[in-house]
Design a protein around this ligand. Sequence first.
Ligand code: ZN
Length: 295
Amino acid sequence: MTSAGRFAPSPSGELHVGNLRTAILAWLFAKSSGRDFLLRVEDLDRARSGAEAEQLRDLEAIGVSWDAAVVRQTERAALYDAAIARLTADGRTYECFCTRREIQEAPSAPHAPQGAYPGTCRRLSTAEREIRRASRPASIRLRADVSEWAVEDQLQGNYVGVVDDFVLRRNDGVTAYNLAVVVDDAAQGIDQVVRGDDLLPSTPRQAYLATLLGLPIPEYAHVPLVVNHDGVRLAKRDGAVTLGDLAAVGIPAERVRHLILESLGLPAGTLAQVLPHFDARKLPRDPWVWKTPRP
Ligand SMILES: [Zn+2]
């Protein structure tokens, strides 16, 4: 089995400097620890035609290379089906018929954390399930027997987060992110997950699910996001933030890479050139405030 890190973008549009910075960090973490670096396109949801090709082109332009063919989640339904079948055989799943509104309005269980699924459909009788099936397709939820789980993160330390009966398959048939990511990382031999720290809160759910499936838990490093001048996570509306927009105002991809490296306390150069200078322990722990540079 390989030992690998990865970058896993959703092809919903062009990558912006925040995504590109996370990709560069994931590459540096992987290569500095002797791992391969893999790319996975998370196209189960919100995929926009043409976006994958744009994203791969931009990653290449910024100097991020990968070591195996790109994997797409839409080609991996059999793996997700097998994982859900295994959990179901273990009595670990149940059908849920709740609408978003019903979940919001349901009285939450005592001591349940904010936003956790209240367990409404956990104990439906066979007859009740039959009735509800006639009116609404079911989502599939995990029957969790813990309410929290701890993970170890290279940058954030020990992190304890909520585990509820989260969705494995949505009621429109789309595999949920938390299931797909766990199955894919294990199937690709990914033992190091570097990604934005907005995903830290869902990590305990994923680590718990991996444990139930008998899969190894990867090393985690959740890196600070890039934010705009208001401290809000960078988005397309924040002006020239994609390689295409930046090139149009006279800032080529190489300069963008150098700005990103500078924000990480690293010298300018190719990723291979800066690799010997990379030390995860010295990374800035605060978000990077993006200012569109002058050409
Ligand atoms: Zn329900």
